[in-house]
Design a binder for this molecule. Sequence first.
Ligand code: GLN
Length: 475
Amino acid sequence: MEPYSNLENLQKEIFSGKINCVQLVEHFIERIEKKKSLNIFLEVFEKTALDLARKIDKKIKNNSAGGLAGLIVGIKDNICYKGHCVSASSKILNGFESTYSATVIEKLLAEDAIIIGRINCDEFAMGSTNENSAYGPVKNPLNSNLTPGGSSGGCAAAIVANLCHVSLGSDTGGSIRQPASFCSIIGFKPSYGMVSRHGLIAYASSFDQIGPMGKSIQDIDRVMEVISGKDNFDSTCVFDKADYKIKTKPPKKINICVIKDASEHKLLHKDVKKSFAKLLHNLKNAGHNIKEFEMPILKYLVPAYYILTTAEASSNLARYDGIKYGYSKGRMTKNWSEIIKQTRSRGFGKEVKRRILLGTFVLSEGYYDNYYSKAQKIRRLVQKETEKILQSCDFILLPTSPTIPFKLKEKHNDPTVLYLQDVFTVQANLSGNPAISIPIFQYKNDAPVGGQLIGKKGKDKELLHFGNEILKNHV
Ligand code: GLN
């Protein structure tokens, strides 16, 4: 099989009869099996994928196939697909079968994409290394001693290991972009409200966004064309599909904002610093304007993010009580409160419990004003400041992560050290802006570095366009 470049090229082969969807699905099933030791896929939907492939092959022959025919998609294990298991990589949802499909899944299927399976992630999307999964860590395919990042670490690993064409992850504070950086692929977090969250297992609803990960920006754009747009099941999804599709001609000279507090940050690894400086140099040489801004509020972003998201998580995760569904459903006969206690004690992992406790603490009477209200104020300031910068600049450019991929177990015992590494990714979630991570440096098969662009709200396509320009001409 030819190495995959993008859907457009693949479809040329499909439509000329060189290859069909059944062969593609069989190829990926075989590869996933071969790479089992990386622990990327939790389950392959073999039967459904092959059945669909047969149907789509017929449609291709009749010239009635959808726009994504041939695209093989892996989904993070927190996106619901009717009739298939979904567990958020948690013990508490082990064996739970989804009774409906997420809107993104419905939309992909309507355009004849094939969902190949569900992919390992940090439990309830909480983490930065994929080591918080109840089903074991994922290994980075570039180097199996390294983590692939998290929480959508498996989704990034699946792309770099060639186990699917595109994957769908979710990003609450960087979970698409940071693993994309750690695995040297492209990860896109859309504007908040561009893609429906219906059918995404909630972590922190005012932050969560589903987004595509892949090897080519064209693919990401094509998937976005399908999954973007309003949805009656998610009232926070406010952008029309037409908003996504608007194409404005980009100016020749782009105004790029560099935040000094980020580019000179004390946590920056030397490789990140070096490759970021090189990228800026290339962009300047190409005639783009680099403007430096100060953003002293940067140091409050991580604390504000963890206060607000844990508060939302403590509320969102209250539904896992073992009564309606989950871990101990039908298994325990004790009284009601005992069932809930046992279910939650045994079903949730350490990190999830930590966040539920932190969330209930910051929301409790007496602490609410000191923590939750203050963090909300910070969020408002971040939104204002981001908007102000983007009035005079087209994009904000910063590293995706201050570091290169962590070794497995390296940071496992120190959650706060790990939290601080989210310093560059949480801004876009606090503000709701679209953001993308693209690979900017990799020495041989060594640890890669990702660069991040943040764009204007609702101008997701422009952001992808400039990301592509950087990838093609400046790295
Ligand atoms: N690393 C962040 C966290 O642990 C990101 C999570 C996410 O985006 N889902 O919360």
